[in-house]
Ligand binder design. Structure first.
Ligand code: GCU
Length: 347
């Protein structure tokens, strides 16, 4: 572990949660639209015998009523047929609207007693520099943003919050155990959604890398310069000023983990994912530990050594694992998430 780097990072201790969020929004992700006045769900279809009858699969249309207009997007709800009590749930932001999907081993998740609320990010707004479609089109007249209005990550995170609004109205869900999961660019999104919405029990980021969990200073693989050159529309325009000046950042990505306190946050890394940089994802957990501790929490419980593939550190509010292999959201990652949640429940 790069202890020299750790020792010279800006630290969030002494800052309030809202001050941490303020700096992340004004300098990196941009400010999100306000919450809608009302979210309502309409059932489009239902499959009662999904997964050999072990689950119900429903397609819902979620409509968000707000001063800037109505916005509707599809959400899939899959829940176990047999339940003794309200079930915990994952809100999963995915790349596709397929079920099953290679990033969502749904039968196994159902067998573990969890429900899933699932949406495809591009049903919210496209993954490109066009700010005239979907939610972006409602918020940004003529597709133009100011320097600190949010980019696409902020808009996808906003949608995750709306799914949470809906989840809170569903009686079969355990409202205290609703977590958010995303992979890669959607792992960055999950961390932001978790930071902005304390109702999420845990934010799970999978291989989120640059501008997600990984520390930006001295980063290997993708850098702010590169991400802002290729995907400037994920962030607010203001972030561009750090493209060649990473040392000028008044924060680093452990602030994003810290902003998830007091609820849980989880960083999943893959050993061969050098573009995301697993070392710097781990460093971020170590750096955020102090903030969690300053809130009277356990923080990141880990041994005093670098992680090796197969490691799982699940004792604290910051959870972590290092999976062998490449950039992917695999069933092994999901198994760890469920193991972590079960451990937190004392099972
Ligand atoms: C690119 C990008 C990453 C991102 C990834 C993904 O590789 O550079 O920052 O995490 O896409 O979302 O798959």
């Amino acid at each position: 572990m790069n202890k020299n780097l750790l020792n010279r990072l800006p630290m969030p201790e002494g800052m309030s949660k809202s001050e941490i969020i303020q700096v992340l929004l004004s300098e990196e992700y941009g400010f999100l639209p306000g919450p809608p006045e009302k979210v309502s769900a309409k059932e489009e279809s239902a499959e009662e015998q999904f997964c050999a009858g072990k689950a119900v699969l429903k397609k819902l249309l979620l409509t968000c009523r707000a001063e800037y207009g109505d916005f509707t997007f599809p959400v899939y709800f899959i829940y176990p047929t047999k339940r003794e009590k309200p079930v915990p749930c994952f809100v999963h932001i995915n790349f596709r609207d397929l079920i099953p999907d290679r990033y969502l081993p749904i039968e196994e998740i159902i067998d573990s007693g969890y429900a899933v609320l699932y949406f495809c990010y591009q049903d919210v707004t496209s993954d490109d520099g066009d700010f005239t479609n979907g939610l972006a089109g409602l918020i940004y007249p003529e597709g133009k943003r100011t320097k600190t209005q949010c980019g696409k990550i902020g808009l996808w995170a906003w949608a995750a919050g709306r799914v949470m609004d809906h989840a809170m109205t569903v009686p079969i869900l355990n409202h205290g155990k609703i977590s958010i999961v995303g992979h890669s660019r959607l792992g960055k999104t999950a961390l932001l959604a978790g930071a902005l919405d304390e109702r999420f029990y845990c934010a799970f980021s999978n291989d989120s890398g640059c501008s997600g969990a990984a520390i930006s200073r001295e980063k290997r693989g993708e850098t702010i310069q590169r991400i802002f050159q290729v995907f400037p529309y994920w962030f607010c325009e203001n972030y561009g000023k750090y493209a060649e000046n990473v040392e000028e950042l008044p924060f680093d990505q452990h602030f994003l983990l810290a902003a998830n306190a007091p609820h849980r946050v989880y960083v999943a890394s893959a050993s061969e994912d050098s573009w995301a940089d697993p070392e710097h994802e781990y460093l971020s957990c170590v750096a955020a530990d102090q903030y969690y501790k300053s809130c009277g929490l356990k923080g990141f419980v880990h041994p005093d050594r670098d992680p090796v593939p197969g490691d799982f550190f699940g004792e604290g509010e910051i959870g972590y694992h290092l999976r062998a292999g490449t950039h992917y959201l695999s069933r092994e990652d999901w198994q760890r998430y469920i193991q972590y949640l079960n451990l937190a429940d004392g099972n």
